[in-house]
Design a protein around this ligand. Sequence first.
Ligand SMILES: Cc1cc2nc3c(=O)[nH]c(=O)nc-3n(C[C@H](O)[C@H](O)[C@H](O)COP(=O)(O)OP(=O)(O)OC[C@H]3O[C@@H](n4cnc5c(N)ncnc54)[C@H](O)[C@@H]3O)c2cc1C
Length: 267
Amino acid sequence: MYGEVVSTRQLGSHLVRVVLGGPGLDGFTTTGNADEYVNCYFLPPDAPYAPPFEDEAVRDLPRPQRPRPRRITVRSWDDARRELTLDIAAHGDVGHAGRWATRARPGDRLQLRGPAGGYHPHPDAASYLLVGDESALPAIAACAEAVPEGRPVTAVLEVEDAAGEVPLHSPGVLHVRWVHRTGHADPEGLLADAVRALPPAPGPVSAFVHGEAGATRAVRRVLLGEGVVDEQMLSCSPYWRRGLDDEQWRAVKADWVRALAAEDVTA
Ligand SMILES: Cc1cc2nc3c(=O)[nH]c(=O)nc-3n(C[C@H](O)[C@H](O)[C@H](O)COP(=O)(O)OP(=O)(O)OC[C@H]3O[C@@H](n4cnc5c(N)ncnc54)[C@H](O)[C@@H]3O)c2cc1C
């Protein structure tokens, strides 16, 4: 499966919205989940092939020429137009996904696989807490739109500075708290500090904490350690790790997640 870029636009200083369409998406069927994502295959510069390509055709190429898979959330799927919207973090002139998004032009093609994902905001929660950085903003925005009408929703979102803020919408009663990274040499604890400072919310609380691995771990410690959220009402997913690219992160991610699950958060 592949999409052709229909349009792109800057959505805040560090997020690029890419709308994909075309006949290569004929096989796309949405799961309807709020955290739905696709595996996108970004090509290294000078790759001797282009989408659509078969896995077998690229599997035995020298490693530097193979496509780089990256998971990207389905921000929305328009069934009538058969268009897929992705919001991709552009984090300097690094990263296959980020660089591709800043350079994408109408007609460019992106190979995809999926979708997958299995999260929906818990229907029985009394309130919702959504926490993350730009990489999780698309999933958080989708979660905010998927909560039951009238329920309190708090989003705590880390972006570079005020220019990175984007509007969010919800049928719930939405309160957004923006956290700015700029000027902080080590931003790992910023989201956790902001979550710790929130006023108490009606329980049970359903929490969605996705994004940079160290930051999500710090938020998890606050939520579970201080009894804000029951573990079964917490979705916590380390999407990426500062200082590692996605290949390096995937090589250690399973161990990281195992260690996180075994942590004594009351210590
Ligand atoms: C289920 C799932 C859904 C995701 N959805 C989205 C999404 O909708 N949009 C999105 O942008 N990302 C999303 N991500 C995260 C994304 O897959 C990773 O951040 C990926 O590493 C980005 O690839 P890259 O090629 O741009 O950078 P890489 O080549 O992986 O990394 C290059 C350098 O950039 C750093 N880096 C990577 N991501 C970021 C970032 N966000 N901010 C600052 N530095 C970074 C790395 O640590 C590394 O130093 C999702 C991840 C998962 C697991």
